[in-house]
Design a protein around this ligand. Structure first.
Ligand SMILES: C[S@@+](CC[C@H](N)C(=O)[O-])C[C@H]1O[C@@H](n2cnc3c(N)ncnc32)[C@H](O)[C@@H]1O
Length: 323
């Protein structure tokens, strides 16, 4: 590991501890309010390795960048044989799947507060015990990750004039630990879509564990065969090698810093699949990065598909691509 990466990881974990110390009362309230999730996690996490073995049958290494070849190895060390309940305290999970920064949080909170009334905002930002996230805000008590994910959704609505709640089928390419899917579900609680997540097997196994612990095993399917049909109101986790075979006609395609972290082969497969049939695109991508040589290409693919790019001021070096 380079010196720079090591010092960034140390900084990240120090900030994580600071947030926990500042919001210690809210952290304690979350632990008691959502204590049942710890029991659910104990049951579900005992099955993570079996779920991984199933998802691995649909793996496709041709879609995986050098960056994610390395990350996958590190994540296996953290998450196997049984993923810890407090996986979001881990520095590798924080590096790959979380954001931090006071200026960013202030700007994102301002937008989400402007777009949603207080009660709806509290519902959409509801946090969970699983992962043991650091809370970064007291009103409402929530993490920066939940604010960040809600911000993407509301910014997309503000720019495009579309409503996320109108989407009956969502396909998400690269869903992290499942936090965006969780927040989208809370935002659309009255009419939850079929939400398909295409991701690497080790990350898909974490998503399965996370989402089943929060919403129940009956709300999460695995797509293990060609032609899998997503069910309304249910999450479906798909390994990359089976994505092309999905029987899906999406309303909304989402990929946040994930299409740009896939290979050119993976990006082209999404375009060939006509963005899984989705008229609406909610994407974000970095312009460059070590181990992701084809990241900048995503902007061109979105523009070719009739989308528009919007530079992201904070943190710099990324853009949204919306259609
Ligand atoms: C930087 S993380 C972003 C996670 C999440 N979208 C977010 O913004 O919080 C990149 C995501 O892309 C996924 N990913 C990497 N290569 C992929 C591939 N070839 N196919 C699908 N997902 C991939 C990773 O597993 C991870 O979930």
């Amino acid at each position: 590991m380079t010196l720079l990466r090591r010092s960034l990881r140390l900084r990240r974990t120090a900030l994580d501890r600071l947030h926990r110390a500042r919001q210690h009362r809210e952290q304690a309230t979350l632990r008691s309010a959502k204590g049942g999730q710890a029991q659910a996690w104990a049951t579900q996490s005992a099955q993570t390795a079996d779920v991984l073995a199933l998802l691995q049958r649909g793996d496709d290494p041709a879609l995986v960048t050098g960056l994610w070849r390395d990350y996958q190895r590190g994540l296996r060390d953290v998450l196997l044989p049984v993923p810890p309940l407090d996986f979001l305290r881990d520095d590798l999970l924080q590096e790959t799947m979380l954001v931090r920064g006071r200026r960013l949080r202030t700007a994102e909170l301002a937008l989400v507060r402007e777009r949603l009334p207080a009660a709806a905002l509290a519902r959409a930002l509801d946090e969970d015990l699983v992962g043991d996230p650091a809370l970064a805000c007291a009103h409402p008590p929530t993490s920066h990750t939940a604010i960040h994910h809600l911000h993407h959704l509301l910014r997309f609505e503000a720019v495009t004039g579309r409503r996320v709640a109108d989407a009956r089928v969502v396909v998400e390419w690269g869903g992290g630990f499942g936090g965006f899917a969780r927040t989208l579900r809370r935002l659309t609680a009255d009419t939850p879509p079929a939400h398909v997540i295409v991701d690497l097997p080790i990350v898909g196994a974490l998503q399965w564990t996370y989402l089943t612990s929060i919403f129940g095993a009956e709300h999460v399917d695995l797509a293990l065969e060609a032609g899998h049909l997503p069910r309304p109101g249910v999450f479906t986790i798909v390994p990359p090698g089976l994505a092309q075979t999905l029987d899906v006609d999406a309303d909304l395609f989402v990929s946040l810093w994930a299409m740009s972290e896939s290979t050119r082969t993976g990006q082209d497969a999404i375009v060939r699949a006509r963005w899984f049939g989705a008229p609406a695109l909610l994407t974000a991508f970095q312009h460059r990065g070590a181990g992701v040589p084809d990241s900048a290409r995503v902007g061109r693919l979105i523009e070719d598909a009739g989308g528009h790019l919007y530079p992201i001021a904070l943190p710099g070096g990324s853009s949204y691509g919306f259609r």
